[in-house]
Design a binder for this molecule. Structure first.
Ligand code: ADP
Ligand code: MG
Length: 508
């Protein structure tokens, strides 16, 4: 099918591209860009929020820890400054303060005052501790967190009763730290995010929930009170905003795609409709031209012969008879054409009525054939009629079937070419009367054998191989067949002929 510029089809295609396809494409690109933008910014926001949440948790833990440690230091200071200070008082403090794992007390020369006996790592820790404490620290006083042998030790200079400086230091009991401080601070977090604590080797120290199905989002360090640990924020898998955005994007994309499919389907349907309408408009225009031409041919013959006769220019009686016969024949043809057009318009308007009554088949066929007698003889057709002798009466509208048969005969004559052979057959087959018109003419291409029954359709457009016609004939034949509960079939080989068969049910 070719699209001519300026044709409705071309206009429609241009409209479709401009009004629908183009905006859709632009929308798709913009949508994609804004979705990407959205994804990046929501990711950024989420990370920022996660970082803030983890930092807040770290600050809170450290604050609680430092306050507890300060209280311990205050207790220690008041113990060492009391007049009856003795190591037993420190033992009591240790027993009352489970957070302290090991407690050490040294005098200014570094001699250990507490504990009275070393055990485990005590010796190593003391050496490391004293090495870390500078002259200035002894003098200035104050407190410091030190990392010695992978433990955090809080060291502070206290004042004895006589004003001499004493170095107190203690390590923390990790169990108590976890239970008393981490759990109390992190245990009541809300929301899907999981805050947990890891050590400097990424080993898990504390987590409220298992982390197998969660992703680490951010890691935040503590201040100097917890130099070896970090707070990490995990997000359960499938719950992070990225994934939510991802899901949204997938959903949106699918929706958009479906919308696109719907639009495309609509466009395609409209395109087909427009194409059909365009085709129909063209067929109708051809139809009018063809019908007018068809009517004109017999009319001009009638006029020519009647005028000749009127002027008494034909002396020979035989010639005159021939002219009368031509006029009669052409009038017949004219009325057949007009009947066709009228019937066709009745069918189109749904007003065609059929009077179905039992009919003897043979006379109907012979009468119809007779009206073609002159044409057939003149064109030199070899006609072969074979009607089964035992045919019953068939319920039919005799006029309508005769008209259908006339259309088939007319076509056979019109499309016969040089092989002028015509066969009409009537027999009973599968509960039907099979009425066939067979020719050895130009035939119908296989892929057009169904289309020729559509109204106005003609093989190769308006001038089928040079023959005029309106494309109504076979549409009419099909309508007649279907009105009788039957059908019309065609078998044809281009170049070697066609066989059109009208099937009418034998029982009504
Ligand atoms: N016997 C036939 N042999 C070859 N082609 C045929 C024959 N009968 C019909 N056709 C094809 O089918 C088309 C439709 O036929 P019809 O509806 O009778 O229209 P028309 O005869 O006015 O062209 C014809 O234009 C022709 O191309
Ligand atoms: Mg025809």
């Amino acid at each position: 099918m070719t699209i001519r510029l300026g044709s409705p089809l071309a206009r429609f295609s241009a409209f479709a591209v401009l009004a629908i396809v183009l905006p859709t494409a632009i929308l798709a690109v913009l949508g994609y860009l804004s979705l990407r933008q959205w994804k990046t910014s929501s990711e950024l926001l989420f990370r920022q929020q996660a970082r803030e949440m983890a930092s807040m948790a770290a600050e809170k833990i450290e604050m609680v820890l430092v306050r507890t440690e300060d209280e311990i230091l205050v207790s220690l200071q008041s113990l060492v400054a009391s007049p009856d200070f003795a190591p037993a008082a420190l033992e009591r403090l240790l027993a009352a303060t489970p957070l302290i794992q090991r407690l050490y007390l040294f005098d200014r020369r570094g001699a250990p005052l507490f504990p009275s006996s070393w055990m485990g790592e005590d010796a190593g820790v003391s050496v490391g501790l004293l090495a870390e404490i500078s002259q200035g620290f002894w003098e200035r006083g104050g407190r410091r967190h030190l990392v010695i042998r992978d433990q955090v030790i809080l060291a502070a200079v206290l004042k004895a009763r006589d004003g001499a400086p004493l170095l107190a230091a203690f390590s923390r009991n990790p169990e108590i730290l976890r239970g008393e401080i981490l759990e109390k601070t992190l245990g009541k977090q809300e929301g899907p995010a999981i805050l947990s604590i890891i050590d400097h080797q990424d080993r898990l120290i504390y987590s409220r929930e298992p982390l197998e199905r969660a992703d680490r989002i951010v890691t935040v360090t503590f201040g100097e009170a917890l130099p070896l640990w970090r707070v990490t924020l995990y997000q359960p898998r499938g719950m992070s905003p990225q994934e939510a955005v991802h899901r949204q994007i997938t959903l949106l994309s699918i929706t958009f795609f479906l919308l696109l499919v719907v639009i495309m389907a609509g466009l395609f349907a409209t395109y087909r409709l427009v194409r059909r309408e365009t085709e129909m408009a063209r067929l109708k225009a051809d139809f009018v031209a063809n019908v007018s031409h068809d009517l004109k041919t017999p009319l001009s013959l009638i006029r020519m012969f009647s005028e000749t006769l009127e002027m008494d220019r034909v002396p020979a009686e035989a010639k005159r008879r021939e002219y009368y016969a031509v006029i009669a024949r052409e009038s017949d043809r004219l009325s057949r054409l007009i009947d066709n057009v009228l019937d066709f318009s009745r069918i189109e308007g749904g007003r065609r009525k059929y009077d179905i009554a039992p009919t003897t088949v043979e006379p109907m066929i012979r009468e119809t054939l007779d009206s073609f007698g002159y044409v057939l003889a003149q064109q030199g057709f070899k006609v072969d009629v074979s009607i089964a002798p035992d045919l019953p009466e068939v319920p039919m509208d005799a006029d309508a079937v005769s008209q259908a048969l006339a259309n088939l005969l007319d076509n056979a004559i019109k499309y016969s070419g040089s092989h002028k052979v015509l066969r009409v057959e009537a027999k009973s087959r599968d509960g039907h009367l099979a009425l066939s018109v067979v020719d050895e003419g130009i035939g119908v291409p296989r892929d057009e054998q169904q289309k020729i029954f559509e109204k106005f359709y003609r093989v190769g457009r308006s001038e089928t191989q040079g023959r005029r016609g309106s494309g109504m004939g076979l549409a009419l034949v099909r309508h007649v067949a279907e009105a009788h509960g039957g059908r019309v079939t065609v078998e044809s080989q281009p170049g070697s002929g066609s066989c059109f068969t009208l099937w009418l049910p034998l029982a009504g």
